[in-house]
Design a protein around this ligand. Structure first.
Ligand code: COD
Length: 303
């Protein structure tokens, strides 16, 4: 079982690199991330975008990106479609969003005929590690589904469980996180949490142990759970934290970075291939972690 993001990155750098197709790569941050990822042997790259502009930026910035193939494409739509097509054709393994709007990139990914859709809901998972470096935490969905309903939440759990399992956590403990640890009819998310726990108990959500509602403290701190008298296999020991909606998730993800100085990675699940879709606020290091996570998932599938 992988216990920390450092261990995860180290593992990936020892594996044959997967190829990442970056849509709209004409962006200093994309070039910097790709250069570092190549140096650390985390991945190989194909860039989609204005070829002349990318070549000029590489030369001007003195980036070491000699081995990167550049495919000429102009609009956001064309770049996204070509990145997805490369993955569908097996010429790349992971699509990555460069400098373009999320909605445009997702349109190509979600296209029924030419995209990377599966039967699953497409969901986002934030990955970080505990302060003692002893385990990974998966927080979902912080960036994709705005107000998930019960059915969506089931799939959000399933995708995160699939990611946790592929990183060696065989039966993840899943906590439904709300503002408090008791069911309160004025907060419908606490009702969803109780229903999802029962669905797991009855075998409707598999390969994990689901419990909730929990407040964040009693989901991740055994001391806090004990103090509140909450018992069970998940209380204080959660691997996966399912947030109620994008509002809670987005703030939690950014709090990790800005208040807690934590490293975070992000991956999009539910598609035929994992996607790298980082946000402007993620640091270069965080983007490298996101690349490493997707890459390890692909390698584990092949392996
Ligand atoms: N999973 C699977 N299929 C989906 C999903 C999903 N999560 N979302 C939409 N689809 C399918 C629909 O079934 C439909 O067939 C097609 O895609 C279009 O659906 P729309 O019209 O609802 O899709 P969009 O383009 O309006 O919205 C999709 C987004 C992902 C852009 C939207 O959900 C969104 O804006 N999410 C929030 C992203 C964001 O702003 N994050 C902020 C932090 S980074």
């Amino acid at each position: 079982m992988i216990k920390s993001l450092a261990e995860l990155s180290q593992k990936v750098s020892g594996l044959p690199p997967n190829t990442i197709a970056v849509a709209q790569a004409a962006d200093e941050e994309v070039l910097e991330v790709a250069q570092l990822a190549l140096k650390k042997c985390l991945a190989k790259f194909v860039f989609l975008g204005d070829k002349k502009k990318i070549e000029e930026m590489i030369e001007k910035g003195n980036y070491k990106l000699d081995d990167v193939e550049i495919v000429d494409a102009t609009t956001d739509k064309e770049c996204s479609q070509k990145a997805v097509e490369l993955v569908r054709n097996g010429k790349a393994d992971i699509p990555m969003k460069g400098l373009l709007p999320t909605a445009e990139f997702m349109k190509a990914v979600l296209d029924r005929e030419h995209g990377l859709r599966t039967e699953q809901l497409v969901t986002q998972v934030t990955v970080t590690d505990s302060n003692d470096g002893e385990k990974l935490h998966f927080i979902t969905d912080c960036a994709m589904n705005i107000t998930p309903d019960l059915k969506n939440k089931k799939q959000i759990i399933e995708n995160a469980v699939s990611l946790a399992r592929s990183l060696g956590c065989d039966c993840p403990r899943v906590a439904l996180v709300t503002a408090l640890e008791t069911v309160n009819e004025a907060m419908p998310e606490t009702l969803d949490a109780a229903i999802l726990s029962k669905m797991n108990e009855r075998g409707q959500i598999k390969n994990c142990i689901v419990d909730g509602p929990f407040a964040l403290d009693n989901a991740i701190s055994e001391e806090s759970a004990l103090h509140k008298g909450i018992r069970g296999k998940v209380a204080g020991k959660a691997d996966v934290l399912v947030v109620s909606d994008i509002r809670m998730g987005n703030v939690l993800h950014k709090s990790l970075t800005y208040y807690a100085n934590k490293r975070v990675g992000s991956v999009i699940m539910g598609t035929s291939h994992p996607l790298v879709m980082t946000s402007r606020s993620d640091s270069i290091e965080d983007k490298l972690v996101s690349i490493a996570i997707s890459s390890l998932m692909v390698s584990n599938r092949h392996g």
